[in-house]
Design a protein around this ligand. Structure first.
Ligand SMILES: Cc1ncc(C[n+]2csc(CCOP(=O)(O)OP(=O)(O)O)c2C)c(N)n1
Ligand SMILES: [Mg+2]
Length: 340
């Protein structure tokens, strides 16, 4: 059970439910044909984003990827403005110009979000360099997928960060860990010759640890310690958070096998047979809920109340986002860097 105050755990649980219900709503809207285009959801990785980003401070520089919705929401993004951005509407975080792949918010610490795999790793390293030169006490946190390690940009960044002892946390979300019954440890979702993935940063003398990315308490403890080391001037740290693939992501367009209900923490009979194993053993939201109730830190009623509030918040976000107008075409070249 996470060694954290009850209020923190309940807040983490709420944030994780915001992410889960936001993503489920998004998938539903897409299936109804209410918006077009590709998008990636953070379902199954909520414990990593929420617990890790609970360890940073305002002013730290955060960088994320194509799978960014959960990271922004973990840091307190308004679901209504985030959805408006994904729909390309005027009230979105970037006035509808960033979309699902590039939503950023400097106020929340996210200086840049890029769907270019590994594109943010050099940028986060540069932000860490700037913080070191300016001695402003800030750190950079770079959240990326296991696939990003295949890119040369990752290796170059690790080298520079290690040589210059830069204040940066590289948080690799390996969402391809093999499930029960398969050859654990045989391969990752990415095609890396290095195994385990932590061998790569270790070759550059960057301390690297693995953690169960579905375990809120374990992620929090490890990230908090890494952040302490970085702030003490010990240089870059690397964490690989491992999660199982969410069954809804098996197809190229995500499907929701079963909408998340609190009751699923105890009984998964309503979930299609093929997906039950994930809901029983690998769903970070249900794992935390089970832990909270079984350790008597929260009652089922309290969790149900949080769930209902989040459900209402997401319904209001959907209404807000669809009511937000598309930007005026004359605004297209405003706030963009592209020159003529
Ligand atoms: C440089 C680059 N190459 C290829 C792609 C296409 N692409 C989008 S997501 C993705 C997989 C990334 O895997 P990973 O980093 O593990 O993230 P995950 O989707 O598993 O969270 C790829 C190859 C891209 N966006 N950028
Ligand atoms: Mg991956």
């Amino acid at each position: 059970m996470p060694n954290l105050p009850r209020e923190v755990l309940l807040d983490y649980c709420r944030r994780m439910l915001v992410i889960r219900l936001f993503e489920e709503a998004l998938i539903g809207l897409h299936h109804e044909g209410r918006f077009k285009g590709h998008y990636h959801v953070y379902i199954g990785q909520e414990a990593t984003g929420v617990a890790a980003l609970g360890c940073v401070e305002n002013g730290d520089h955060l960088f994320t990827t194509h799978r960014n919705h959960g990271h922004l929401l973990a840091r307190g993004a308004d679901p209504a403005r985030l959805l408006a951005e994904i729909l390309g509407r005027r009230d979105g975080y970037n006035k509808g110009k960033g979309g699902t792949f590039h939503t950023s918010s400097a106020d929340l610490g996210f200086l840049h979000t890029s769907a270019v795999v590994a594109g943010i790793i050099p940028l986060a390293t540069g932000a860490a360099y700037s913080a070191k030169v300016q001695k402003n006490g800030r750190i950079a946190v770079c959240l990326f997928g296991d696939g990003a390690l295949e890119e040369a940009a990752a290796a170059e960044s690790f080298n520079l960060a290690s040589l210059s002892k830069l204040p940066v946390l590289y948080l690799c979300e390996n969402n391809g860990k093999y499930g029960h019954g398969r050859a654990t440890g045989a391969a990752q979702s990415s095609t890396m010759a290095a195994f385990p993935l932590t061998d790569l940063p270790k070759a550059y003398r960057i301390p690297a640890e693995q953690v169960d990315g579905t375990d809120t308490g374990a992620v929090h403890a490890l990230v908090a310690e890494a952040v302490r080391r970085i702030r003490r001037g010990e240089g870059p740290q690397f964490i690989e958070a491992q999660t199982m693939r969410w069954p809804g992501n098996e197809a190229s367009w995500p499907m929701v096998p079963a909408p998340t209900e609190i009751a699923l923490a105890w009984e998964v009979g309503t979930v299609p047979e093929a997906a039950r194993e994930w809901y029983r053993h690998s769903d970070p939201v249900l794992i935390l809920i089970r832990e909270l109730v079984e350790s008597k830190r929260a009652t089922r009623q309290e969790i149900d109340d949080v769930h209902q509030n989040v459900r209402a918040q997401i319904a209001a976000a959907v209404k807000f986002a669809f009511e937000s107008p598309y930007p005026d075409p004359q605004e297209a070249l405003k706030d963009v860097f592209a020159g003529r």
